[in-house]
Design a protein around this ligand. Structure first.
Ligand code: HEM
Length: 415
């Protein structure tokens, strides 16, 4: 058995923070390997990239999630005791709860609610001197996610809840005061969501049977017991927060529409291309750098030993742009998705493997559906200008967004 190649230096935390999307694939390329070992936050960690590595990462018996997430991510982005840290039958059972929310008609209902809100907002954009798209989309999606999930959202709370959801996904990996702000947002958002769960349980709030608020409040775990209010709050936020986070992909899609005028015209002529277009945005524009797991018990892969307890990071963006899976990987070519074979390991912006049995994101259809709804609206229902502005993101930003939040001017609704 050979030993896993090592990266330079004792600890790579800083290198990862400085170059969150490039650190793993660049190091692998330098070492001419799919994996290497280093320390992240002082812990020995195996970093991996590519479709073959993803297949091992999602193999059922090798790796577990319990104890794999750094505490700082649990205290902000994910919350504690939610689905992300479960394994085996407990995970599969809880996953059924999330998958039950994803029926095609339910996702269409979310798209329709969102499109109506977008049209309402676009009326106001016509009178605005400038529109900061990221701010507007986050607010639209907070309203849409709450309405769809059966969560009441009084007008006076729209901005607060939007800011809380944003802090959870935007400042989770941050250091310093932004991190502490995200912890506070988590605390407040969980208190709010736990209150909703309690109202559903005592009958003072009666959301639709298919809504997330109802399904989560009534869900029984494997032991037959309802989720504690705190865990139910974490799971309800596991629907609300990432739905608002789709705003990142939507701004990235607006950026792609701006940079790809030929595609803009093609989508206007034939909306059937929307799906390939948004898939290519999800492939090429990064969001989360990696997912984490731990080795359950010693195993061997390609002659390398994976020692029990070792943390493993799977690189998402590097896998999506791996030249072994994708030709001209850094070019924006949506047509590649017309021939893609739906391999569950080479295109993993929201995780890979199987939705029901692995930790793959149950919200992929929501992300794709909302991106299509916005892109369709941008090309067919409004005209707008994109003035000169800083469209690049800051080095090390997670997720990377234009520094301006993507400013639009002169918005006009077509009749
Ligand atoms: C899991 C990304 C939207 C709910 C994940 C994972 C990633 C991810 C990388 C982890 C996969 C893994 O651990 O192997 C994203 C991105 C989104 C998005 C980039 C769009 C911006 C959504 C939406 C929902 C959602 C819209 C729900 C409405 C979840 C849940 C999990 C998850 C509940 C945990 C699944 C499990 O542990 O089995 N997502 N997601 N996500 N996502 Fe998403």
């Amino acid at each position: 058995m050979s030993s896993i190649p090592s990266s330079k230096g004792f600890d790579s935390t800083l290198a990862l923070l400085r170059n969150p999307y490039g650190f793993i694939p660049d190091t692998c390329r330098d070492l001419d390997a799919d994996l290497f070992e280093t320390r992240i936050l002082l812990q020995k960690t195996i970093c991996m990239t590519g479709a073959a590595a993803a297949e091992v990462f999602y193999s059922e018996d090798g790796l577990v999630r319990a104890g794999s997430m750094p505490k700082r991510i649990q205290k902000t982005l994910l919350g504690e005791k939610g689905i992300q840290g479960l394994d085996g039958e407990a995970h599969r059972h809880r996953k059924r709860m999330f998958m039950s929310l994803m029926a095609t008609e339910r996702i269409e209902a979310l798209e329709n609610t969102t499109r109506d809100l977008l049209d309402r907002y676009a009326r106001d954009w016509q009178a605005a001197e400038k529109v900061v798209l990221y701010d507007e989309v986050r607010e639209i999606l907070t309203r849409a996610a709450c309405a769809w999930s059966g969560v009441p959202l009084p007008e006076a709370e729209v901005q607060t809840r939007t800011a809380q959801m944003t802090a959870l996904f935007q400042h989770a990996g941050a250091v310093g005061w932004k991190h502490w702000g995200a912890r506070l947002a988590r605390h407040r958002a969980e208190r709010w969501a736990a209150g909703i769960i309690e109202q559903v349980r005592d009958g003072s709030l009666q959301p639709g049977q298919e809504s997330a608020a109802h399904v989560v409040a009534m869900w029984r775990d494997l032991d037959g017991e309802p989720l504690t209010p705190r865990v139910a709050a974490v799971e309800l936020l596991n629907v609300l927060r990432p739905t608002v986070a789709v705003s990142v992909f939507i701004v990235q899609a607006a950026h792609a529409l701006h940079r790809q005028p030929t595609w803009r015209q093609r989508l206007k002529d034939d909306e059937r291309h929307l799906e390939s277009f948004v898939q290519e945005v999800r492939r090429l524009y990064p969001f989360f750098p990696a997912v984490a797991a731990r080795v359950k018990r010693d195993f061997e892969w390609r002659g390398y030993r994976f020692a029990e307890g070792r943390r493993v990071l799977l690189d998402l963006h590097g896998t999506n742009t791996d030249p072994r899976s994708w030709s001209a990987p850094d070019e924006f070519r949506p047509e590649r998705f017309q021939e893609w074979d739906e391999n569950p390991f080479d295109f993993i912006p929201q995780g890979g493997g199987d939705h029901l049995t692995n930790h793959r994101c149950p919200g992929e259809w929501i992300a794709i559906g909302l991106m299509k709804a916005f892109c369709g609206y941008f090309v067919s229902s409004i005209d707008y200008d994109v003035p000169d502005q800083e469209l690049e993101s800051g080095a090390g930003d997670v997720p990377p967004l234009p520094k301006t939040g993507f400013v639009m001017r002169g918005v006009k609704r077509r009749q």
